[in-house]
Design a protein around this ligand. Structure first.
Ligand SMILES: Cc1cc2nc3c(=O)[nH]c(=O)nc-3n(C[C@H](O)[C@H](O)[C@H](O)COP(=O)(O)OP(=O)(O)OC[C@H]3O[C@@H](n4cnc5c(N)ncnc54)[C@H](O)[C@@H]3O)c2cc1C
Length: 399
């Protein structure tokens, strides 16, 4: 069964597909196809290509450089870029901070920060989570105290799980400015912090698959100019909530599910496993689940949908989409068998790239165990799946 899109949406899809085919640099495409780690330069190079086409900030209003797409067009864009093996738009500045500055920032903050975010000149770290403040984010303890002359905050605390902090020159952070506030959500402020400030130390965290894209950030008497406060003092929770609720369309990761399911079908064929009854049954099962998920997502995105509980529906998509993707990665490891764990795939890839020759099939399979381990994060970030289930249960059972 094929989903029917309007002619205009189909034309848009073809436009995106042709653009990705023509403009995505071959070495980046190859890395994505093989599930290899991308460097900062890979992302910046692709993001600037998107920026030149006016496509880098799909979630921003047109007057700030957004393309003015419908939700469905954004969905199609996500799907086509992923199926074309382009990197995801992962920059927190684009996905998270931009919309917050547009909604809550001063004219000076917008003029100073938005252009550099759009052009990928500045990468921003998200300084929300702390030890003891993850799912329960309102428990943040990093303190910001205004100096007596009212010109600077002095920030002390410990942020954790900070994605790509090693590439970032700025951080947006939730900090506690009023420890006496009646409720934990009150007395929090939203601050922009220069990562080069004296007293700010970044320490990498080694991840399951061997990478170090997560970090801890220690803030020891870091001075932050008062003009770096976004929104009102003590009202940063509103900015944080807006930020977390802003990104809805890509939450199910349907494009990524399709990308990896296609990869599973291809690799099963190459490994002579297409007729293996267990592999064939799993592929068919995931195909059906993906189709059901896609129909659900498209129903929610359709312009006529008047949902009473959109946040809960987003939770549902997040849980189903991330768990399906994890299951597909596990199937990929089954397909690869012992080839899933080579000694060093990066070395093999670099050698092949430099020598201008194709990787042997087992070498491609060698990324799969790492990809599968990496996929464990999907059910944690963006709100852990257990917490999403609580939200669903509360909405469905408690009414
Ligand atoms: C890859 C990755 C990238 C991330 N990047 C960033 C980033 O850039 N910036 C940032 O600020 N944060 C980032 N995070 C942190 C992320 O937001 C937190 O990991 C997440 O909110 C969960 O918090 P926690 O890790 O403290 O786990 P906890 O909140 O301590 O939870 C531990 C376990 O208990 C469960 N649990 C917690 N509360 C409940 C409950 N009420 N009911 C049932 N179960 C519960 C959780 O589901 C989880 O399984 C990232 C995380 C990951 C994995």
């Amino acid at each position: 069964m094929k989903l029917a899109f309007s002619d205009a949406d189909e034309a848009f899809r073809q436009d995106v597909r042709a653009f990705v085919k023509a403009k995505l640099p071959a070495d980046i495409r190859k890395k994505v196809e093989l599930g290899l780690r991308l460097e900062h330069a890979d992302y910046v190079s692709w993001f600037r290509i998107l920026e030149a086409r006016g496509w880098i900030t799909p979630g921003w209003p047109v007057e700030y450089g957004g393309p003015g797409w419908t939700h469905l067009q954004r969905y199609i864009f996500d799907e086509e870029t992923l199926l074309g093996s382009a990197p995801r738009i992962i920059a927190s500045g684009i996905q998270m901070l931009g919309p917050v500055l547009i909604a809550f920032g001063t004219p000076d903050q917008k003029a100073r920060y938005l252009p550099d975010i759009r052009h990928s000149n500045t990468w921003w770290a998200q300084g929300f989570s702390e030890p003891g403040a993850g799912s329960d984010l309102a428990a943040v303890r990093t303190s910001a105290v205004l100096e007596p002359d009212g010109k600077h905050f002095v920030v002390n605390g410990h942020k954790v799980w900070t994605s790509y902090a090693q590439w970032c020159s700025m951080m947006f952070a939730l900090v506690r400015t009023d420890p006496q506030a009646a409720k934990p959500q009150e007395g929090i402020s939203f601050l922009l912090i220069d990562m080069a400030s004296p007293g700010l130390t970044v320490r990498p965290i080694r991840m399951l698959e061997g990478g170090t894209d997560l970090n801890e950030c220690f803030l020891d008497n870091v001075r932050v100019p008062v003009e770096n406060l976004v929104g009102e003092l003590h009202k940063g929770w509103s900015c944080g909530k807006y930020l977390l609720g802003h990104e809805r369309t890509g939450i199910a990761g349907i494009g990524s599910c399709k990308q990896q399911l296609l990869r599973a079908r291809r690799l099963a064929g190459e490994q002579g496993l297409s007729d293996d009854p267990l592999i064939a049954a799993s592929l068919a099962q995931f195909e059906v689940e993906l189709m059901a998920l896609e129909y659900t997502a498209l129903r929610l995105l359709s312009a006529n949908q008047q949902s009473k509980v959109p946040a809960v529906e987003a939770s549902l998509l997040k849980v189903r989409g991330t768990e399906l993707r994890q299951a597909i990665y596990e199937l990929l490891v089954d397909i690869a068998g012992p080839h899933a764990l080579p000694f060093s795939i990066d070395a093999q890839f670099l050698e092949a790239l430099e020598g201008g020759h194709e990787l042997a099939a087992p070498a491609e399979l060698g990324t799969l165990a790492a990809n599968c381990l990496d996929s464990r994060k999907l059910s944690i970030y963006g709100g852990a799946n257990e917490v999403q289930r609580n939200l669903i249960a509360k909405a469905v059972l408690a009414t």
